[in-house]
Design a protein around this ligand. Structure first.
Ligand SMILES: Nc1ncnc2c1ncn2[C@@H]1O[C@H](COP(=O)(O)OP(=O)(O)OP(=O)(O)O)[C@@H](O)[C@H]1O
Length: 251
């Protein structure tokens, strides 16, 4: 077990007077699923944007895989292995599911930092595309044009697109948002399976606290920009401060 995969060191983000993320020092290990929870306005989205590079911190440092990436662009961080799912917006609606997955596989195989990455080692773009389709359970609908898909399937394609970039860390922002109960169950099963079957690390926000407790190995709790707790689901359930700030004592 080396250094953590992701390390935040005194990371602060201010918007004018408002301190959205307040001196966060914290890390994510290799492998496993960490959930990020906290009341509205706690700073979750801001923290995501600081990790992916969409926002620059006011102070502090972010290291990924041992390297300081604080001043790197989102694209450079993505190439290093920080992947983020957006809510469907990355999909090319007019293309098939397979074409949507193939595009990032091609982009990765051509990237200067990864000319002989896993795609080439595995025998090429076609094989890697099929591996990702299989991993996300999209083989049966691979030939469908994305406009024909249900919302739940589009979200799964979105996750496939992220995985096709070969990330080490996957940030999932509300993976079940807007889903019906059947779609939610399938998504939770998928996330759980990906966590179990791959060596990627997952960092997930989710409003449904029951889902969080059922999938997380570890939970980070933010309140007004500060880390108020960090532990296993059991530890978080028992934490009085978390109950006061967030869970309302009813969990
Ligand atoms: N670009 C911005 N400019 C000014 N203030 C901002 C900006 N982005 C976020 N904030 C403020 O920073 C604080 C944290 O917001 P953030 O969106 O990170 O919280 P959150 O935990 O993701 O909330 P939610 O659960 O409601 O999505 C809030 O008070 C918000 O109003």
């Amino acid at each position: 077990m080396g250094a953590p995969l992701l390390e935040l060191d005194g990371v602060t983000k201010k918007f004018g007077e408002l301190v959205a993320v307040d001196d966060v020092t914290w890390g994510i290990d290799r492998d496993g699923l960490t959930a990020l929870i906290g009341p509205n306005g706690a700073g979750k989205t801001t923290l995501y944007n600081l990790i992916t590079g969409r926002l620059a911190p006011t102070s502090g440092h972010i290291r990924f895989d041992g390297r300081d990436v604080t001043n790197e662009s989102p694209a450079d961080r993505a190439h290093r292995g920080i992947g983020r799912s957006f809510q469907v917006t990355n999909i090319f609606e007019g293309l098939t599911v397979r074409e949507n997955i193939r595009a990032p596989v091609i982009a990765r195989s051509e990237h200067r930092w990864n000319p002989l990455g896993r795609a080439s080692a595995a025998g090429g773009v076609a094989e890697e595309t099929e591996r990702v389709l299989d991993l996300v359970g999209l083989e049966d609908i691979a030939e469908l044009v994305c406009t024909e898909l249900s919302y739940g399937d589009k979200r799964r394609v979105e996750i496939g697109i992220v995985l096709a970039t070969d990330p080490h860390l996957v940030l999932l922002d509300e993976p079940t948002a807007g889903m019906n109960p059947t779609e939610t169950e399938r998504m939770v099963d998928l996330v759980r399976r990906l966590d179990g079957e791959t060596d990627m690390s997952f960092f997930v926000t989710e409003h449904d606290i029951d889902i969080i407790f059922s999938i997380a190995d570890r939970i980070l709790v933010l309140d007004r920009g500060r880390v108020i707790a960090d532990g296993t689901p059991e530890e978080i359930r028992r934490d009085e401060r978390v109950q006061r700030a967030y869970l309302g004592g009813g969990v």
